[in-house]
Design a protein around this ligand. Structure first.
Ligand SMILES: CC(C)(COP(=O)(O)OP(=O)(O)OC[C@H]1O[C@@H](n2cnc3c(N)ncnc32)[C@H](O)[C@@H]1OP(=O)(O)O)[C@@H](O)C(=O)NCCC(=O)NCCS
Length: 181
């Protein structure tokens, strides 16, 4: 198996899988906009060289409203979550003909590893509340439901916000002083 960073040449296959996987697929320009990012990964079949799945992971940039909410909570003395680096799985799919053979797991592992390298303390994602296969996969990899998101995917189509804490790459070692104990 080969999980590698996506390139321009992978885009047609990614788009094909995207359209076969989601009722509201991302348009081509949105996928293209993530090219060049280290967290846009594809799984290439060793034997055929065909791309059979992809994942897009990156750091979540807090929205204006999230930052405003944090400031307001702090101002009125309400508890504010620690502002750790939050990783985000933005998109993720496997060719329907190649599902159930570990491709999704391999991509998820590499996507999470990339987020750890970026220093993310948590990984989060949104998933349709009725997407049993994906929810099972996420639970198997330590994600837990943090919140239900009513109507997130449209009227009557709820989402779930799932979160997983990420282990830091190395244990904290403290400042180096050069002084031997
Ligand atoms: C979710 C998805 C990426 C999984 O990819 P995959 O290659 O089929 O997954 P894997 O073969 O690596 O499966 C690993 C684990 O996922 C879970 N899983 C996968 N398919 C499942 C199914 N049909 N039913 C229940 N659990 C399933 C299981 O926990 C499985 O582990 P196990 O084999 O030990 O039981 C794939 O189903 C997909 O592309 N779905 C459509 C797009 C999508 O929903 N993306 C996620 C958006 S949030």
């Amino acid at each position: 198996m080969a999980v590698r960073v996506a390139t321009e040449r992978d885009l047609p296959r990614v788009l094909e899988i995207e359209r076969a996987s989601f009722p509201n697929p991302w348009p081509e320009p949105l996928l293209r906009g993530h090219l060049g990012e280290g967290g846009f990964l594809v799984y290439e079949d060793d034997e055929t060289g065909e791309v059979v799945g992809y994942i897009i992971a990156g750091l979540r940039i807090p929205s204006f409203f999230e930052r405003l909410e944090r400031r307001t909570r702090a101002l009125v003395g309400l508890p504010v979550d620690p502002d750790g680096r939050r990783g985000h799985i933005m998109n993720f799919a496997v060719d329907p003909r190649r599902r159930g053979r570990g491709v999704g797991e391999a991509l998820l592992r590499e996507g999470l590893e990339y987020l750890r390298v970026l220093g993310a303390e948590t990984a989060e994602l949104e998933v349709r509340a009725d997407n049993r296969a994906a929810i099972k996969l996420y639970e198997k990899h330590g994600f837990r439901v943090k919140e239900r998101l009513p109507g997130y995917y449209g009227p009557g189509q709820d989402g779930l916000l799932m979160v997983k804490p990420l282990k830091p790459l190395k244990p904290e070692s403290g400042p180096e002083t050069g002084v031997l104990p």
